[in-house]
Design a binder for this molecule. Sequence first.
Ligand code: NDP
Length: 288
Amino acid sequence: MRIGFIGLGAIGWHMARHLTQLDATVMVWNRTQRKAEAHAAQFATVAVDLDVLVQADFIFSCLPTSAEVEAMIAAHPPQSGSIWIDCTSGVPCSAQQLSHSLKLRNIEFLDAPVSGQTIGAEQGTLTVMVGGDATAFERARAVIQAFAGKIEHVGESGAGFAVKAINNSLMAANLWALSEGLSVLKARGVNLEAALACINHSSGKSTMSETVMPQKIMSRRFNKTFALHLLQKDIGIALDLIAETQQQGRLLHAVQQLYAQTDRQTAEHVDFSAAIQVLEQSHQVLLN
Ligand code: NDP
C-alpha cells in the first residue's frame, strides 16, 4: 500500500507521522521542501515530488483552504482507483464539485477535516468527520484510524466540512463568551483561577475553559498552534452555510464580527487565542 501526505503544517506534520504505523510506504510533500526532508529523516517517511506522490493509493491533503487543494488536484491529478482524503478545513461545495469531477475518472474524494488541536494530532487522537461515498469511507477508515481517536461518517460530500465549520464557530463563540464572563469577574475583584476551577466543575465548562483559557490566555503565552486567520476562515464557511440554508444565525454573525476585529495580516501570524486581546483592550482588563 502506498500513502501520500501533502501539507506538513502545524497539524499535518504529526498526522503524517502516525501513518508510518501502517504496513505502507508513506510519501510526503510540503511546499517548503526542507520540512518534507526533515520529516523523512525523523520518521522514516519518503520525501518525493508531487507527481510521484499522486500515484499513491490513498492521498491525504492538509492545506489552509479548499483553494489550495483544488489547485493541487488540477495540476497533479491522482491515478484511477485512488482515494483523495482531504483533511483541510474546507468548503462544502468545493468537496461536492471535486468529488463529482474525480468520480468521473474513478477517483474517490472524501472531505475528512479533523479536530483536537495539535496535541490531538501529536497523540493520534483526532476526531475525524468524514463526508462522501460510504464505500470509499469504509476502504479509507483503517488508514484514517492511524491518527484518529474518533471517526464518524457524517453524510454525503461536503458534510464533513460543514460539521467542522460549525464546530469551530462554536469553539469561537465559547471562547469569546468565556472571556466576557471572566472579564466581568475580574472587574468584580474575583480571582480568575478560582473562578475557572469552579466553572470547570460546572455546566459552563468547555474545551476553551479547560485548556485554552488557562494554558494560552491566563498564562499570557498565546503560543501559536492554530492561526487566527484559519479560524476566521472557518467562521466564514459557517456563515456561508447559514446563508445557503436561509437561516438567521444571529449569534454566529456576531461571532464573525468579533473575530474580524483582528486584521487579516495580523491574524496570519498569531494564535486564535490572541483574538481575545481585542476584548482585553476594550475592557481595559487582563485575563490573568
Ligand atoms: P499551517 O499554516 O501550519 O500549515 C499549512 C500547510 O499548508 C503547510 O504545510 C504549508 O506549507 C502548506 N501550504 C500553504 N499554502 C500552500 C500552497 N499555496 N500550496 C501548497 N502548500 C501550501 O496550517 P495548519 O496545519 O494549522 O492547518 C492546516 C489545515 O488544518 C487548515 O485547514 C486548518 O484550518 C486545519 N486545522 C488546523 C488545526 C490546528 O490546530 N492547527 C486543527 C484542526 C484543523 P509551508 O510549510 O511551505 O508553509
